[in-house]
Design a protein around this ligand. Sequence first.
Ligand SMILES: C[S@@+](CC[C@H](N)C(=O)[O-])C[C@H]1O[C@@H](n2cnc3c(N)ncnc32)[C@H](O)[C@@H]1O
Length: 194
Amino acid sequence: MTTGKKFNPKKIHKLTDPERKAFQDPDLIWDTLDLTAPEVLIDIGAGAGFFAMPFSDKIPEATVYACDTAPELTGWMEENIPATYEGRIRVIRSEENSVPLASGIADLVYMINLHHELDVPLTMLEENWRLLKPGGCILIIDWKKEETPMGPPVSIRIAQKTVSEQLQQTDFQMVTEHDLLEYHYFVTARKPRP
Ligand SMILES: C[S@@+](CC[C@H](N)C(=O)[O-])C[C@H]1O[C@@H](n2cnc3c(N)ncnc32)[C@H](O)[C@@H]1O
C-alpha cells in the first residue's frame, strides 16, 4: 500500500529542473563520497535520473541501476535518458520494499529525497544492506525537518537524527552526518566487512 506522501509523477518538471543544482549539486555530492573505483551504483527512487546521469558521467565503466516504483518515472527514464548512457544506466521498476537485483553487488546504494516517502524505512534499509557489497556505502539525502523555500511539508519530513538511528538499528557502521547542503541533510554509513 502506498500513501499520500508519494511524489506525484505529474510534477516531474520539479525533478528535471536544472536550478536544483544550486542547492543539490550532484558534483559536490559525488566529491564528498570519495569512493574508490566503484563498479555498481544503485539509485533507489531515481525519479528522472537527476543524479543517475551525472554520477554515471563520473564512472563511465560502471553500471548505475536507476530504480523507481512509479511506472510513469521508469517509463520517462527509458524514453528520455540519452542513448550515450545505454548499457551504463539500467532502469529498473522496483517495489515499495524490494529491488529486483542480486545481493551483494553494490559499492554505493543511495536514496535522495526519498526517505520521507518510504512506507517502512527500516525494511528498505535492510534491502539496502542486502544489495551492498561488504564495505559498501549507503547514502541518504533528504529534506531537513525545518522550513525551507521549497520541498515537502515539514510535517511529513523525517529528522536527520531519526535516519542516523535507523541506520544504526540496521547494523550499518561509521554513520556520518555531513554538513554540506543548505536545505538537506546528508548521511553516509558503511556495511561492515565480515
Ligand atoms: C521526490 S522523488 C526524488 C527523485 C530523485 N531521487 C531526485 O532527487 O531527483 C522520489 C522518488 O522516489 C520514488 N519512490 C517512492 N517510493 C519508493 C520506493 N519505496 N522505492 C523506490 N522508489 C520510490 C518516487 O516514485 C519518486 O520518483
